[in-house]
Design a protein around this ligand. Sequence first.
Ligand code: SF4
Length: 437
Amino acid sequence: MALASAVAEQGTDRLRALGIVALNGMFDEMDAEGVLREAVTDLLPGRMAMVSSFGADSAVLLHLVSLVDPDLPVYFIDTGKHFAQTLDYVETLKARLGLSSVRAVRPDAGDLARFDPDGTLWQSDPDSCCHIRKTEPLEKLLEGFGGWVTGRKRFQTSERGVLPHFELTADDRIKVNPLAHFSHDDIEAYKQRHGLPEHPLYNDGYKSIGCAPCTSAVGEGEDFRAGRWRGRKKSECGIHFDFNGSIAKPVSQSQLTLFKDGRFLADPWRDRAEGEAPDETRYAHVTLSDFLADRAAFLASPHPIGLRIEPGDRVEDIGADVERFASIAINFPAFTDGRGYSSARLLRERMGFTGELRAVGDILTDQIPFLRRCGIDAMVVNNAPTRAALEKGALAEVSRYYQPVGARREIPVGTRPFLRRPEDVRAESLSPHSTLT
Ligand code: SF4
């Protein structure tokens, strides 16, 4: 397949350019083995991994992996809360299918000690428990891969009813779901046809199997996943959520509004909803006043949170908590309001903030060099001319500044010492192909 070979050469950027919808069209007619083979050998060779729960249906996809590439890295997220039978089943399937690269991924010991010292977080806050035991370890391991293979199927829940074979996630990875179109009967037939061993708990009514404290058997006529987090408003563990908490969807180019690292990306962050509980807030920017009002609760939450700074906010009030934030968004509501620049400089130069510092609001092209100069390394762009300029790399170049900043090397020019120019103006220019730092 010539197109797929071209994709392989150019990685996920090429996939994005092709469009995930087109990609799904290309593979629509293919069976599960064909989808998996193309993904592993043609689309992202050497850059794919599989993540398996070694649960009730896992043997089917693992069997397909054994046919396509038995050396494909297969990761089992060992939360420390699995049934002993699941741990046995890992060994059974490894041996039966000849999989050479099955590896366990474990939660960070520091996170466990800090957030779940007595191992009961699943009871009081299952979202956070899943976050530190599953999502965080998975995100770390995926840093080394361009995509991953999952065993999700459309029939499993209503949220998964439209599951495509290929998804593009907000962090620019490809998720491949070779079994998306499988029905429950297809799974059963496949297991029988190939004599695959059942999970030891399957015949006791465990039709979907996760961690022991959060899994129960299902009764006749119940949804197969009804035994997961039974009685709670939770149906997914989080590893299949996109960063902002919704099921990953294909993203069109126009929806990519975050400009960072020289290109437009899907924005994993959102503004925190009014009244949202601090322990439910994740990948959201919290206003300074909300943070200060509920500081202890936000600090205790294991989720990544951001901060939103409005003109007139005193950023110094965050103090030593500044490194709690993975992203700080500074609002620039009007071109003439320069207070955001001061906030940015305070954060970078005086408070030593090293995380993402983004500009939000009505960002105009002419502001960009000034934003960058104050340490802003990302921006949400909704203004069409600004977007077009960034896409073309056609940005205004500013060679004279009226106020010095501490973080950049500048040379006073002319007779007025406060009028400065960057040490190398050319190096300051920004294009979509250079890094915004
Ligand atoms: S499934 Fe339950 S025990 Fe497992 S990580 Fe999630 S909340 Fe914790």
